[in-house]
Design a protein around this ligand. Structure first.
Ligand code: SF4
Length: 185
C-alpha cells in the first residue's frame, strides 16, 4: 500500500525540483537556486494575491446582499418611491446589486475626488435631473472606478471611462468645484 505521507512529503517535493548537476548528483547552482527562489516567491505572491481577491470579492458580495436586504426591509411602497426617484425599476435594481461594490456610494466618492461637493444644492439638483445616481448604480465600470478611487488617482483617469464625465464637467464648468470655492475664500 502507498503511504500518502511519503508521496506528499516535503523531501519529495523539494527533490523533484532540485536541479541535477553534471556529475549526476543533486546540487543546486547559485543561479538556479535564485531562479527557484524567484519562482517560488512569484508563486506565493500570486497565490496570496488570488486569495486576497477572493476574500475581497466575498466580502463585497456579503455587503451587497446586506444592503439589498436592508433596502427591501423598507417595504414595497417606500422602495418603489426611492427607485422611481432615481429612475430604476425593481429589475434594474436587482441587476445592479450584482455589480461590483454595489453597496458603495461611488457617485459621492467620485465627486469628492474631482473636487465637487456632493452635498451642495446644485450638485444634488443635477444628480437628480440627470439621473446620475442611476448611471452610477448601473455603471459597467464600477470595478475600474473603485480601483482608481482607492488609488486616489480617479481624477486623472475618469475621463477615459466614466459615463458621468459630461455631468461632472458641467458641474465643474458652472463653478461648483469645492477646490475653486476653497481658493476664492
Ligand atoms: S465610473 Fe463614473 S458612473 Fe461609473 S461608478 Fe464611477 S463615478 Fe459612477
Amino acid at each position: 500500500m502507498i503511504d500518502p505521507s511519503a508521496v506528499f512529503s516535503k523531501e519529495r517535493f523539494y527533490a523533484s525540483r532540485s536541479p541535477i548537476d553534471v556529475e549526476g548528483g543533486r546540487t543546486s547552482s547559485a543561479a538556479s537556486g535564485k531562479r527557484g527562489f524567484h519562482m517560488a516567491g512569484s508563486l506565493i505572491s500570486d497565490t496570496v494575491g488570488a486569495l486576497q481577491s477572493a476574500i475581497a470579492l466575498l466580502a463585497d458580495r456579503r455587503r451587497s446582499r446586506a444592503t439589498r436586504r436592508e433596502f427591501l426591509a423598507l417595504g414595497a411602497d417606500e422602495c418603489t418611491g426611492i427607485l422611481d426617484n432615481i429612475g430604476l425599476t425593481r429589475s434594474d435594481f436587482d441587476d445592479a446589486m450584482r455589480l461590483p461594490y454595489a453597496s458603495e456610494d461611488m457617485l459621492s466618492l467620485a465627486m469628492l475626488s474631482i473636487g465637487i461637493d456632493p452635498d451642495r444644492f446644485e450638485s444634488r439638483k443635477m444628480a437628480r435631473n440627470r439621473f446620475m445616481s442611476r448611471t452610477c448604480i448601473t455603471c459597467p465600470h464600477r470595478r475600474q472606478c473603485h480601483d482608481h478611487l482607492a488609488a486616489f488617482d480617479f481624477e486623472s483617469h475618469y475621463q477615459d471611462f466614466c459615463p458621468n464625465r459630461d455631468n461632472f464637467a458641467e458641474l465643474l464648468g458652472e463653478g461648483h468645484s469645492t477646490l475653486s470655492a476653497a481658493k476664492s475664500s
